[in-house]
Design a protein around this ligand. Structure first.
Ligand SMILES: C[S@@+](CC[C@H](N)C(=O)[O-])C[C@H]1O[C@@H](n2cnc3c(N)ncnc32)[C@H](O)[C@@H]1O
Length: 252
């Protein structure tokens, strides 16, 4: 897609008031409806959703999708402009509500948002064709001694595991400090994701005591200590039996 300049980019700016009306017609204010704008541009729809939620005390949600289309005259992309617009609109709405009496007991208005970018997996993919070439087998094996992509952040890995475990991106995630390390409790603790690089028996015990349904740990967290991993399997098994249910334990 060709880059566009700031001047010609927003040739058809949509008034937020008009978008509000569209939202009022198309969505039910008493339901937590989700509005999807697949070509979000400068995020005027997100702005309108927040605006309407504020004036109607509704809980509509929005999903904006935007490619990082570059602009001609600036370093930023259209997606950057959309994100900044959401931040500023949220601040303006929050400021305007500040100090007003909440006569309708509307509760806190959710003006937060998360940004996700499509990316490759954080786990290296075994390349069979590459490995088949005799010179490259050693290189492929070496690459997979640690099969995580080096540049991956804990957040990258966390969200990939979350999605692969069947949870949506909107699932609640709490960081929990436990003896021996930190874990992420997904959906109130149904799934525990542990990204610690030095897993200890104390940490495994603490996770088991939390009674999760699923536990995912990094394989590298066991540092090649098979006994520690085997003990972890036994710890979760014993806990599951005591609680008369199953705990699915996986390493990645
Ligand atoms: C006019 S803007 C959208 C305006 C916005 N929906 C609003 O309400 O103000 C359209 C956006 O869609 C994106 N877009 C257009 N065609 C696309 C395509 N084929 N694939 C992905 N994105 C596209 C462009 O980056 C552009 O920023």
């Amino acid at each position: 897609m060709a880059a566009r300049s700031g001047e010609s980019l927003f040739v058809t700016p949509k008034p937020v008031a008009l978008m509000n009306r569209v939202l009022q017609i198309g969505t039910d204010k008493s339901e937590p409806e989700i509005v999807l704008d697949f070509f979000a541009g400068s995020a005027s729809f997100a702005h309108a959703v927040m605006d309407l939620n504020s004036s109607e005390n509704s809980k509509r949600h929005y999903i904006c999708v935007q490619i990082p289309e570059p602009m001609e005259d600036a370093e930023v992309t259209i997606a950057d402009i959309g994100k900044e617009r959401i931040r500023r609109a949220a601040k303006k709405i929050a400021d305007a509500r500040d100090g007003k009496l909440d006569l309708e007991d509307s509760g806190a208005l959710d003006l937060g948002f998360k940004v996700f970018k499509l990316d490759r997996s954080n786990f290296k993919i075994w390349d069979g064709a590459e490995a088949a070439a005799s010179d490259n087998l050693g290189k492929q094996l070496e690459m997979h001694v640690n099969h995580m992509v080096e540049a991956s952040t804990p957040e990258d890995i966390l969200y990939e595991l979350l999605l692969k475990s069947g949870f949506p991106l909107t699932t609640s995630i709490d960081k929990r400090q436990m003896p021996g390390g930190e874990v992420y409790a997904i959906a109130g603790g149904a799934l525990i994701i542990c990204l610690e690089k030095n897993i200890t028996p104390e940490l495994i015990d603490a996770i088991a005591e939390d009674n999760p349904l699923q536990v995912i740990c990094l394989d590298e967290g066991f540092n090649g200590n098979d006994q520690l991993k085997a003990n972890a399997v036994q710890t979760f098994k014993a806990r599951a039996e005591a609680e008369e249910r199953e705990i699915v334990f996986r390493t990645v």
